[in-house]
Design a protein around this ligand. Structure first.
Ligand SMILES: [Zn+2]
Length: 404
């Protein structure tokens, strides 16, 4: 009798977690309405309009909040380590994933270019294998990775064949190739990165560095990159690189043509790559980024960038909808990195889930020149679930009251 009661009790609580009453934003499944989401054994078990609270061991009340797939940041720097003077490759400027990801709703980080083919294994053992956050990689076309200075200018260390070879050895972790910071009037680095991307059948991301005279952005977009390749730091205006908004305040025709051609415009905010004088006119003319990302490292996180939620909030206050900013940090990046197994909450997929709160009030946002834009909306990360487990809970939504 007792056994019978016990078994019926178990079957009654078939879900581990039930998120009730939140507004679900799931672009892949074209959902933007109040829906309940149930999780069992690390997977999304059921998505429906009204799932009974009795069926779950833990119920999270998300009324008035947004429920989204775990955020995917496709421009981050997480190859932290203790090598002196090695910038973002096994050194002090990169950041450990779990200390920063979950608190801003991020469940997948893509380190772009920290490691090259020579040191990817160190990155894997040191960071990827030790993180609860899903950490993916764009291999730097420079074999030694993003160590700054002369190392990143060494064309002799840009080997498409070996880069593609290591990428193909670790397809579950390596999702792209990165070229960054090259300065010089020379297409060779771009061509080598694209070549590696072609061999491994993965996209490349380019931080177009700089040169005097400037290399043509139009040529880059229309002739060098393939549709699906990523132009990061879209709203930057730095020496030696043509901005996408010209002196008249107009988005360049070739930028429109490039986006139409399938070139991906990624925010990559960073510590020096996001200006309101670029972003605001671009947004007013309807030129929007394909993906919202941070360019996360010690040089960006305490400036205007802060975290991905803050960058998303900037775009909210430039008249993007909540649905749109979430889509550009979930399903869009998943498609861009060809990881369509994540970035949505279809039944059966891994339960990486973020609950966001939209606050209203008087807020301010800072760009990388230190200029301020006022705003009245701000997203906040309430709770993050990774692999079916609550990994961050700002206000204790998933916790029991202390006196129970
Ligand atoms: Zn970067």
């Amino acid at each position: 009798m007792i056994a019978l009661l016990f078994s019926s009790f178990l079957s009654a609580q078939e879900f581990d977690i039930l998120i009730k009453g939140g507004r679900l934003i799931d672009a892949k499944n074209a959902i933007d309405k109040v829906m309940d989401v149930a999780v069992r054994e690390g997977k999304v078990a059921l998505v429906a309009e009204n799932i009974s609270a009795n069926r779950a061991k833990k119920v999270i009340n998300a009324k008035g909040m947004y429920v989204a797939p775990g955020l995917i940041d496709i421009h981050s720097h997480n190859f932290f380590g203790t090598e002196p003077n090695a910038y973002l490759s096994n050194s002090f400027t990169a950041l450990p994933p779990d200390g920063f990801s979950f608190r801003s709703g991020v469940t997948t980080l893509v380190d772009v270019g920290g490691a090259g083919w020579r040191n990817f294994r160190i990155f894997k053992e040191q960071t990827i294998d030790r993180s609860k956050t899903r950490v993916l990689s764009f291999l730097n076309i420079v074999g030694s990775g993003m160590k700054g200075g002369a190392i990143e200018q060494n064309i002799d260390d840009m080997n498409p064949k070996l880069t593609a070879m290591v990428a193909k050895q670790f397809p579950e972790h390596i999702v792209g190739v990165k070229l960054a910071h090259y300065s010089g009037f020379d297409w060779t680095p771009t061509e080598r990165a694209v070549e590696a991307g072609k061999i491994a059948n993965i996209p490349i991301m380019i931080d177009f560095g700089g040169s005097q005279p400037e290399l043509s952005l139009e040529t880059l977009f229309m002739e060098k990159l393939r549709p699906g390749d990523i132009f990061t730091h879209a709203y930057a205006h730095v020496n030696g690189r043509t901005p996408i908004v010209n002196e008249k305040g107009e988005v360049e025709d070739f930028a429109w043509a490039a986006q139409k051609r399938g070139i991906i415009f990624d925010v990559g905010h960073g510590g020096g790559s996001f200006l309101f004088e670029q972003a605001i006119p671009a947004m007013k003319q309807g030129f929007k980024p394909n993906s919202i990302s941070t360019d996360f490292h010690t040089g960006s996180m305490n400036g205007g960038m802060k975290d991905i939620i803050n960058v998303m909030s900037k775009f909210l206050n430039m008249d993007m909808s909540v649905n749109e900013v979430i889509t550009k940090a979930t399903w869009n990046p998943a498609k861009i990195i060809k990881r369509e197994d994540i970035g949505h909450l279809s039944v059966g997929t891994v339960a990486d889930i973020t609950i966001l709160n939209l606050r209203e009030g008087d807020f301010g946002f800072i760009d990388t020149k230190g200029k301020r834009m006022k705003g009245n909306k701000k997203l906040e990360c309430e709770l993050t679930i990774r692999d079916g487990k609550v990994v961050y809970d700002l206000n204790g939504l998933a916790a029991e009251s202390w006196d129970k």
